[in-house]
Design a binder for this molecule. Structure first.
Ligand code: GLN
Length: 251
């Protein structure tokens, strides 16, 4: 492992509003997996009315929220278009967005009330609420993260998300559960190093491959290489395998 410290900065957007189902645990996971590698991680937060300089930012996290919270912030969120979050993501800034945050990075989210909230259009995707909620455990294959990477998590959303064709691909292919819309077996989205997913839980403690994918790309973008030593995730992987076995059998 490189002996020079290589600090990273993580920006957590709307932590006071988009924080469903323990999504804050994703911040704890990134901090801990950096600490185990002696990578100092600074966590910044920004919410309604704040301004952000994306220059020092190495990773962005946006959690999930109910329609009510999304309604409270979607107008404020528009300030991140153009030379801010969208431009940084187009320059390969690693980003993780979960459920409600994911939806607002697409073109729009139409809630069950019919209210249409414009998104940032970072993802060529759109979301429309359906008549029922898609709730349950998910097992999905994620080759974009590496060979044999399987993701597990919990989903609870009324929104059905559909991916367009412009530089976007699904994060994973559903083996068990609903995913983006319960129809096309796609889960989440990837655009450059920006990831959207419906997996709560929080998603990162159960899926170390996704956590390290974000950290690795942040190191490469900031320092030109990652030198990210593997961690003995044997406990996480043992738990992971038992979850996969249990939920895959339920089909
Ligand atoms: N309010 C959105 C929906 O119901 C997102 C929910 C969430 O973040 N879990 O689809």
């Amino acid at each position: 492992m490189s002996n020079t410290t290589r600090p990273l900065t993580l920006l957590h957007l709307y932590p006071d509003l988009l924080n469903l189902y323990g999504d804050r645990g994703n911040i704890i996971t990134l901090r801990q997996r950096c600490q185990w590698r002696n990578i100092p991680l600074t966590v910044q937060t920004a919410s309604l009315g704040d301004t952000v300089d994306f220059g020092p930012v190495d990773i962005v996290f946006i959690g999930g929220g109910s329609d009510r919270e999304q309604t409270l912030l979607f107008t404020d969120f528009q300030k991140y278009k153009g030379p801010a979050l969208v431009e940084a993501a187009e320059n390969d800034l690693p980003l993780l967005s979960v459920c409600g945050g994911y939806q607002l990075l697409g073109r729009y989210y139409r809630a069950h009330t019919g209210e249409e909230m414009p998104g940032l259009g970072l993802f060529d995707a759109w979301t429309e609420a359906g008549p029922t909620r898609l709730i349950g455990n998910v097992v999905a294959e994620a080759p974009v993260l590496g060979p044999d990477v399987t993701l597990v998590g919990f989903e609870n959303h009324s929104g059905r998300t559909f991916l367009g064709t412009k530089d976007i691909r699904p994060l994973a292919h559903v083996r068990s559960g609903y995913g983006n819309n319960g129809d096309d077996r796609q889960e989440g989205a990837v655009y450059r190093h920006a990831v959207g997913t419906y997996l709560h839980g929080p998603v990162l403690p159960k899926n170390p491959a996704l956590a390290d994918w974000l950290i690795r790309h942040a190191l490469i973008r900031r320092y030109g290489d990652d030198h990210l030593p593997a961690l003995p995730d044997r406990w996480e992987m043992a738990a992971h395998q038992s979850i996969i076995r249990r939920f895959s059998q339920s089909g």
